[in-house]
Design a protein around this ligand. Structure first.
Ligand code: PHE
Length: 340
């Protein structure tokens, strides 16, 4: 065999050697007593001077290469064996590993996404606004008079310095104003977000909570549209036929105002502890946008009308998953959170 071919062959075999024994075999095959290279070196004497020189040189090169490669690989194999034997003493590789903790979405996020999806299917856009608001957006533009009790320290978290009149928004309604100032009707939006109130916490109240504001303005948007959208929303959300009813309510920024109640999804209207035996759940305050609000954003109330609502998103989550204490949402207790 041509000596150059042998050289290539040797390299290839060393590279693919996987055990010490492989290396020994390669060594024997080429450099052992009957090894291919040994034989070539032995037969040098029968060659011409010139051939002797060339072949001799190459054969010696291969010999050296092979020797050092074998040495190197031997070292690698031996140290790997050594490590493996050490690790066997230290570690029990058959012990199952610890599972990494995989995070997941908070129940409020899950419900918010579902609600957004349903409203988007009905043509509403999702809009957001700042959590720190000015007095104008949170109160004045919404037709809430200066002496309205909601403005006092019991309800509102004012930021320092108080002279700036900045506050943590007490509801998501300011985003109605922000949106209408920049956009012309007809429009349909929902605004998911956090609101803040200075109040004592209990099972159904916290200083922070989530709301879902809704606003639809057009040429002849009526209470009937509102009721239909509300019914459609609840049916898609709870996946069943649900009755809704309107009761009169009061908000400065809607006229008329009402509360939309839905038939209790727990007992189906028969009366249970969740609905306090009434068969109805109070879920969704709203009303027809007050003309003063339309005027505040520069719309002509003779031309445009619509409805607005402000659903408590936490309440909806509580109903969906039958959670009885709003404080669980923000407590960070993994025993609670891991259930979702
Ligand atoms: N912003 C009101 C609240 O926080 C809810 C609401 C929104 C009522 C829009 C009517 C219209 O209680």
């Amino acid at each position: 065999m041509d000596i150059k071919t042998i050289k290539k062959e040797v390299k290839k075999q060393i590279n693919s050697a996987e055990t010490l024994k492989d290396l020994d075999d390669i060594f024997k095959k080429y450099l052992g007593k009957k090894g291919k290279i040994t034989q070539i070196l032995r037969s040098l004497k029968d060659l011409s001077e010139k051939q002797k020189k060339e072949t001799g040189k190459l054969a010696n090169e291969i010999k050296k290469e092979l020797e050092s490669a074998v040495k190197e690989k031997k070292y690698v194999f031996q140290s790997a064996d050594w490590l493996a034997s050490k690790f066997q003493d230290i570690f029990d590789i058959s012990v199952p590993s610890k599972k990494p903790l995989v995070g997941h979405l908070h129940p409020i996020t899950l419900v918010r996404r579902k609600v957004e999806e349903i409203f988007q299917q009905m043509g509403f856009s999702v809009v957001e606004g700042p959590e720190v608001e000015t007095e104008w957006y949170n109160f004045d533009a919404l037709n809430i008079p200066k002496d309205h009790p909601a403005r006092d320290a019991w309800d509102t978290l004012w930021l320092k310095p108080e002279s700036q009149k900045l506050l943590l928004r007490t509801h998501t309604s300011p985003v109605q104003i922000r949106y209408m100032e920049k956009n012309q009707p007809p429009l349909r939006i929902i605004v998911p977000g956090r609101a803040f109130r200075h109040e004592a916490t209990d099972a159904s109240h916290d200083v922070q909570f989530y709301q879902l504001e809704g606003l639809m303005v057009g040429k002849d948007i009526s209470v009937a549209n509102f009721k239909a959208i509300a019914k459609e929303f609840f049916q898609r959300f709870f996946n069943k036929e649900i009755k809704v009813r309107l009761r009169p309510g009061y908000f400065p920024f809607t006229e008329p105002s009402f509360e939309i109640d839905v038939q209790c999804v727990i007992c189906g209207g028969k009366g249970c502890s969740t609905c306090k035996q009434t068969g109805w759940l109070e879920l969704w305050p709203g009303g027809m946008v007050h003309p003063n609000v339309l005027k505040a954003v520069g719309y002509n109330p003779k031309f445009w009308q619509g409805f607005a609502f402000g659903m408590g998103l936490d309440r909806l989550v509580m109903m969906k998953y039958k959670i009885n204490d709003i404080r669980l949402f923000y407590g960070g207790d993994l025993r609670f959170l891991q259930q979702f």
